[in-house]
Ligand binder design. Sequence first.
Ligand SMILES: [Zn+2]
Ligand SMILES: [Zn+2]
Length: 304
Amino acid sequence: MLPYGTVDVAEAVLGRGLTYAETLWFRYSAGKSDYFLYCHTILFLFLAFSLVPLPFVLMELWPSDAFDKYKIQPKVKLSFAEVVKCYKDVLRMFFLMVGPLQLVSYPSVQMIGIRTGLPLPSGWEILSQLLVYFLMEDYTNYWIHRFLHSKWAYEKIHSVHHEFTTPIGFAAPYAHWAEILLLGIPSFLGPALVPGHMITFWLWVALRQIEAIEAHCGYDLPWTPSKYIPFYGGADYHDYHHYVGEQSHSNFASVFTYCDFIYGTDKGYQYHKKLLGKLKEGSRRGGGQNGEKSSSCDWDGKCD
Ligand SMILES: [Zn+2]
Ligand SMILES: [Zn+2]
């Protein structure tokens, strides 16, 4: 809750006029408790889990030449019933685990010092903190994910997330409750080490979920961030990890690719990419001079 009764008082304390964004924040948050503001995270997570996968799921359910050519595993199409079951399972875990976890984790947010007051952080402050959060999460998640591929942890915990060998957007948070708990640690490390404003925290939570949903969407679209951001994994990268499943010793990183490169866990993926490139080229040439032959190939090398 902001310690100012009016905008005038806030301006007097800050010694300057409020920006437009600060005025909006003042009007919205002044009368609300910090705990209530923190609980907004539940709403943002729910909206991300429910809405962000929708365009990808529509591509999956309604075949169209415009998007089918970008499907990473073109031979596999999930049914409407399978998609709905995935979403229902995710929602059940959301209401039984993710939501309650947010409700009781407020003391930790208070302890690390995430603030809700004025002034609002600058754009550079938000960007630099988000970058730190992404890098910290990526590195820690990499090692937890490698642990989850040990025989015991895979059988007891991580196999649930790998039920989808052909991932869809809704499957991003589809996991065992213990995995959701474990992977909460890397997500919280960045804000714990470099605490920022509640708005930065909300942005972090939302962006991390959007990134995970895109990585599980099953489509390697032309505008995917991996085409523009150096060392960004993306859908193609994580799809291979799901395709290989339990045996996978490749592509453990959640966001970027540098950990897999440094620790040599991207070799299987690089080999398959090269192989698929050659197969696609061959398939295209085999289609004759009219070039009508499709060049879509699954990870196992089966081409149209
Ligand atoms: Zn895995
Ligand atoms: Zn996954």
